[in-house]
Design a protein around this ligand. Structure first.
Ligand SMILES: *Cc1c(COP(=O)(O)O)cnc(C)c1O
Length: 227
């Protein structure tokens, strides 16, 4: 398949966008930050351009889109995280396709993942999504109830909690990142079975720099790579 001029230029743009973001990250921190490419609405062939440019983590929002694109990804050295709201009846469709589900936003979802993982005799890494701004329209655990929920989830078989994820309210980004950092550190200092705080996933195209300052080690970039 020969590529047209538009496609070639778009590919070049993706490569440049990735270089720019990596430069910004390297000038912000010496810590290791995992740069996720968020692939919603982007064709697999262009996601593969990001992979060739060194992206090792991709983020999927939608079950159907992931199922359709999965086989087309050049994913030998790539991890796939699910980051969108996941209905419990869709868990079985993706549980074998992803390396981690970041968007666990209810006990019911955690329990469903646990049950499928048990059937598959696998342990599935999950993150808990926190609705840090307590916004009505957003999913995620209330920050004040995170510890009691974590206590229950830590006892579910075949899942392990490896981090926290959030999408902050636009009006209150920095305060939200600060608050997430506090919760992350607080949980890190507790000893709970199957709970290890390895990843703090926050920061997107508009605010990834601020997120890194407050300890994010996964930033989720969509538009800045692919627009
Ligand atoms: C779309 C999306 C992103 C990426 O957002 P951009 O602003 O395009 O960088 C990150 N996280 C989640 C959960 C998303 O849905």
């Amino acid at each position: 398949m020969t590529k047209n001029q538009f496609e070639l230029e778009y590919e070049e743009k993706i490569r440049n966008n990735i270089k720019k973001v990596k430069d910004v990250i390297n000038s912000t921190t010496n810590e290791n930050v995992n740069v996720m490419a968020v692939t919603k609405n982007i064709k697999a062939e262009f996601v593969n351009v990001a992979i060739k440019e060194g992206i090792k983590l991709i983020g999927e929002n939608r079950v159907q889109e992931l199922v359709e694109k999965y086989d087309k990804y050049e994913k030998d050295e790539v991890k796939i995280h699910f980051i969108g709201h996941l209905q419990t009846n869709k868990v079985k469709k993706i549980i074998n396709l992803v390396d981690c589900i970041e968007s666990v936003d209810s006990l019911k979802l955690a329990l469903t993942i646990s049950k499928y993982a048990e059937k598959l005799k696998k342990t599935i890494p999950i993150f808990l999504e926190i609705n840090i701004g307590k916004e009505e329209q957003k999913f995620g655990f209330n920050p004040e109830e995170i510890l009691e929920n974590l206590n229950i989830i830590s006892k579910m078989p075949n899942i392990k909690v490896n981090g926290l994820m959030t999408v902050p309210p636009k009006k209150n980004v920095v305060q939200s990142f600060k608050e997430m950092n506090r919760i992350y550190v607080d949980i890190s200092n507790k000893k709970m079975d199957n709970v290890t705080m390895k990843f703090l996933s926050m920061g997107m195209s508009e605010d990834f720099k601020e997120a890194i300052i407050y300890g994010a080690n996964i930033v989720r970039i969509g538009r800045l790579f692919f627009n």
